[in-house]
Design a protein around this ligand. Structure first.
Ligand SMILES: [Zn+2]
Length: 105
């Protein structure tokens, strides 16, 4: 009686040389669809001010850090202005340097 268990466990398939290793990243080159213009360049009436905390808040991350240009979509000049305004606001304690939930006692 040869009742031996079947020994054909999961076979490890061998993959050929597929050069399909690069994942992630955008497809193709060039700027995506429509290039958004910097909010301050687009709207001249929009004034940047360190007292406008509500507005500056949009340019900080959740942790209170100043967002990157990617984040804000601003041009170099206005990103600089925003950063400066945020720093002023921080100095006057209008904006936090760090998020409260990050701060450890
Ligand atoms: Zn701009």
């Amino acid at each position: 009686m040869d009742s031996q268990g079947r020994s054909d466990g999961p076979r490890s398939r061998r993959y050929g040389s597929s050069d399909d290793d690069r994942r992630g990243g955008r497809r193709g080159y060039g700027p995506p669809a429509a290039r958004r213009k910097c909010a301050f360049c687009a709207n001249k009436n929009l004034e940047l001010d360190y007292k406008k905390v509500d507005m500056l808040h949009n340019y900080t991350t959740e942790r209170g850090k100043i967002g990157t240009r990617r984040h804000s979509g601003l041009c170099a000049r206005h990103q600089r202005d925003v950063a400066l305004a945020i720093k002023r606001a921080r100095h006057l304690a209008l904006l936090p340097y760090t998020a409260e939930h990050v701060r450890k006692v």
